[in-house]
Design a protein around this ligand. Structure first.
Ligand SMILES: Cc1cc2nc3c(=O)[nH]c(=O)nc-3n(C[C@H](O)[C@H](O)[C@H](O)COP(=O)(O)OP(=O)(O)OC[C@H]3O[C@@H](n4cnc5c(N)ncnc54)[C@H](O)[C@@H]3O)c2cc1C
Length: 295
């Protein structure tokens, strides 16, 4: 497997922002992942995992050490047994692939998956989900087990109940790299699922700036509150630093107007947090993960 040097990361992110990785590789299987781990360990370099890149803010200074990109680490196997639909999915498989499979099977998980970009492993890490009331609405509900490559090169499987799942977060599996995810759902078909997905997509398109680079919602909703409402009612829609802007369409999105720097986005985030704190006495927490050198 080729390990490249000085690779620009911006195009690997949904914000289209970020400096270079010192070293970069795209493993296809567990053997190549182990190879990448050993290579970094022998050189004493840190490892950063990048999957769909739809929830990360990568520094303008880039990422030191080895970035392992999971774009080529994809594939699915499916089975139906005892009325249960089961999939074994490699972590770098796009959620869009999962969506296609659930749509073909006319099963309910298609509805929440339609709203979330990125890959399946990233979906587990973030316990990705939607705010709308539906079943299922988060990754925890469809995940049966996960397999993790530990730093010593061993593979460990965790059952759902061994993990801790919370709002936009899972834990109990770290440290390591999620390699495969076991997904399950009752094989109870709903012929109207495609129509429901189409309707939900239409609503999303009308409410979210999906034509501009973003990472989706930047802040998690504080308990019982909506981050977007707090930001909007603090008068922050349209607030701009450089080419980073609080979306005029959805206040919890920060969009890249064209040539935004990571530092512009970070400045907007800091300003939004400070303004909401002073006007609403609420401490917003970021959902987006910062990566790389932020000296
Ligand atoms: C337009 C838009 C809309 C969005 N809407 C939603 C939404 O409705 N709901 C929602 O929850 N999210 C939403 N998101 C955010 C994002 O899509 C999710 O958080 C997604 O699950 C991130 O997956 P990813 O593969 O892109 O992860 P990445 O952004 O690549 O990584 C996220 C974090 O997970 C780690 N990671 C990723 N894969 C692995 C792995 N295999 N092993 C170990 N660590 C790993 C990374 O190191 C990083 O820390 C939206 C994003 C966009 C751009």
């Amino acid at each position: 497997m080729e390990i490249q040097n000085n690779v620009a990361l911006a195009t690997y992110t949904s914000w289209l922002i970020g400096g270079p990785a010192d070293h970069f590789c795209r493993p296809k299987d567990v053997e190549q992942l182990r190879e990448a781990q050993s290579w970094a360990r022998a050189k004493g370099l840190p490892i950063t995992v990048l999957s769909g890149g739809s929830n990360v803010l990568i520094s303008d200074q880039g990422v030191r050490g080895l970035v392992i990109c999971l774009k080529d680490f994809a594939g699915t196997e499916m089975s139906v047994e005892g009325g249960r639909f089961r999939l074994t999915v490699k972590a770098g498989t796009g959620k869009s692939e999962l969506l296609k499979i659930f749509l073909k099977e006319k099963l309910a998980p298609a509805l929440f998956l339609a709203g979330i970009p990125g890959d399946v492993g990233g979906g587990v890490v973030m316990n990705a989900g939607v705010a709308e009331a539906m079943v299922p609405r988060e990754f925890t509900e469809i995940t049966e087990w996960i397999e993790v490559l530990k730093p010593d090169g061993s593979l460990k499987t965790y059952q759902h109940g061994e993990l801790k799942w919370s709002y936009r977060h899972s834990s109990g599996w770290e440290p390591g790299i999620i390699t495969r995810v076991g997904i399950q759902w009752p094989h109870r078909q709903d012929p109207s699922i495609l129509e429901q997905v189409r309707a939900a997509n239409k609503v999303r398109l009308s409410k979210q700036p999906l034509d501009m680079p973003s990472c989706g919602s930047v802040f998690v909703n504080p308990p019982g509150l909506k981050a977007a409402q707090l930001i909007d009612s603090s008068g922050l829609k349209g607030y701009t630093v450089g080419e980073a802007q609080v979306s005029t369409k959805h206040a919890n999105f920060i969009v890249n107007l064209g040539a935004a720097k990571a530092q512009d986005i970070w400045s907007v985030i800091q300003h939004v947090k400070a303004t909401v704190k002073s006007q609403k006495s609420v401490e917003l927490q970021t959902e987006v993960v910062r990566m790389g050198d932020w000296a």
